[in-house]
Design a binder for this molecule. Structure first.
Ligand code: AMP
Length: 483
């Protein structure tokens, strides 16, 4: 099966040829004809399935007719993170090399001025993160009333990051009659509700999720102490002794840990770069480039910062922290063993991580064996510790308890299981009053003095690229405080 039967234009087919792709992936095969027929599409697919090209290729074909007007983009693609947005731009450049289309990237962390200039020139494809897009719109510098096609990508990640209210606002700014393509890796009820709101009689296209990790990946676990210093020492030992090592991505659960580990590895003379949401855009881009080019051998990253990034040929993945969500484990280790290459994924397991490891093994249906020559991870002591252990146990559980637990009771009950572990005490402290994507002076009026005085609306844990330890959705609900 080739690309020729999908209805794509000759220019697009020529660009696919020169990219060297011979066969459409299942999501491309199933979605492209419907997109070209102007149907709404609900695509359930993860990154790595070729889903970006599934919307980029037909969009290029459709955009060959018509012209852009100043400040009125013809199409809009929403992405949860800046890196994903930048990656979509790259795909437009790759497949659109035979076209003369204006593609603009509107993301936080970079100056408004250049973006504004681009918008003035007229944009065929606008690729944006939600916060910055709304800022431009609220400044009156951008009109979304000419959008013919809207793509909402990684919708479930948008939900995780607290972007759904922004997406809903954007939905009111685009014409009712536009075509919508909606992509998500999972379909929790909240995403189903948004999909129902945004899509009109959609074609549902689902490609199977890689519920098990690729067989080309060797998965191993190594026991380590719970102390971060112990973990760093274990990691260094593993890095120095790794077989067939070329390069590695090292995942941490929190961006603070990413930064600490990065500094520590540099001190120990490792060639490492870091990627997390607190870095400015140029530092993030530079880090990715250094890793992609092979100049840096180690990339230390948080889940959200690294999600969906297309980094080929990684020999090793290390989980410095066991991910809280088993799904994230599959995403993480899927960074290696790509395209038939072999890879190794090594997870550091501290005593308190054994339950999370069991949940991962349940999801993948395969055990993660201990690395040979390494001790197996020991489970942390059960709750009913001996009496002399109790003070330490109490202290530990106090330290480990998510901050939100202060508000036990009905709010705790309402918390969906996926978000149970997310909030750690220090993350609460890191919380910022406003997402970085939006400079404070650009806040919508509704968020400032004109709001009813007794309603507090906690903000999402700042920018589009926070690291997965963001505020759970239930904390984002308005809380009415009695006067
Ligand atoms: P995505 O799921 O969009 O992140 O795409 C993952 C990777 O697959 C990217 O590196 C794409 O360039 C690549 N890709 C997309 N379509 C194809 C195809 N038909 N054949 C081979 N690789 C593809």
């Amino acid at each position: 099966m080739s690309f020729s039967h999908l209805g794509l234009s000759d220019k697009v087919i020529a660009a696919i040829d020169s990219a060297g792709y011979k066969t459409p992936t299942p999501i491309q095969d199933q979605a492209i004809p419907h997109v070209l027929a102007r149907r709404d599409v609900l695509g359930i697919a993860q990154t790595g399935t070729g889903k970006t090209a599934a919307f980029v290729l037909p969009m290029l074909t459709m955009l060959e007719k018509g012209r852009a007007r100043a400040r009125m983009p013809r199409t809009l693609i929403l992405e949860p993170t800046r890196e994903l947005a930048a990656q979509v731009v790259e795909q437009f450049e790759k497949y659109g090399k035979n076209h003369k289309l204006n593609v603009a990237l509107i993301i936080g962390g970079v100056s408004f001025g250049d973006q504004d200039t681009k918008l003035t020139r007229g944009v065929d494809v606008l690729i944006a993160t939600p916060g910055r897009l709304l800022d431009h719109s609220e400044r009156g510098r951008l009109l979304l009333s000419g959008v013919e096609l809207l793509v909402i990508d990684e919708a479930d990640r948008m939900l995780d990051m607290g972007f759904i209210p922004d997406i809903e606002r954007i939905g009111k700014l685009v014409p009712f009659t536009r075509q919508t393509l909606f992509f998500t890796a999972t379909m929790p009820p909240e995403i189903q509700r948004i999909a129902d709101n945004f899509l009109h009689n959609p074609v549902r296209v689902e490609v199977s999720k890689p519920a098990t990790a690729a067989t080309t990946i060797t998965q191993l676990q190594v026991a380590t102490g719970r102390d971060p210093a112990d973990k760093r020492e274990t990691l260094r030992r593993l890095l120095r002794s790794a077989d067939n090592f070329k390069n590695a991505i090292i995942f941490c659960n929190r961006k603070r840990e990413v930064a600490t580990l990065h500094k520590s590895l540099l001190r120990h003379k490792f060639n490492a770069v870091a990627l997390h949401g607190d870095l400015d855009q140029s530092a993030r881009t530079a880090a990715l480039e250094a890793f992609r080019s092979g100049e840096a051998k180690l990339l230390i990253a948080s889940d959200v910062a690294a999600r969906g990034l297309d980094i080929p040929a990684v020999s090793h993945v290390f989980n410095f922290d066991v991910p809280h969500h088993p799904d994230d484990y599959i995403h993480r280790i899927g960074r290696t063993g790509r395209a038939g290459l072999t890879g190794t994924a090594i997870t550091l397991v501290a005593p308190m991580d054994t339950k999370s490891v069991a949940a991962i093994e349940k999801l993948t249906g395969q055990p993660i064996p201990p690395m040979s020559g390494e001790p197996a991870a020991r489970e942390s002591r059960p709750q009913q510790a001996s009496s002399q252990d109790q003070p330490a146990q109490a202290e530990r559980s106090q330290a480990e308890r998510p901050h939100a637990d202060h508000n036990r009771g009905e709010r705790h009950q309402a918390r969906p299981p996926r978000q149970r572990h997310e909030r750690q005490p220090e993350r609460q402290a890191e919380r910022q009053p406003e997402r970085q994507e939006r400079p404070p002076q650009q806040r919508p009026a509704a968020a400032s003095a004109s709001k009813p005085p007794h309603v507090h609306k906690p903000q999402a844990d700042h920018d589009a690229d926070s690291d997965g330890s963001h505020l759970p959705a239930f904390l984002l609900r308005p809380i009415t405080v009695k006067a």
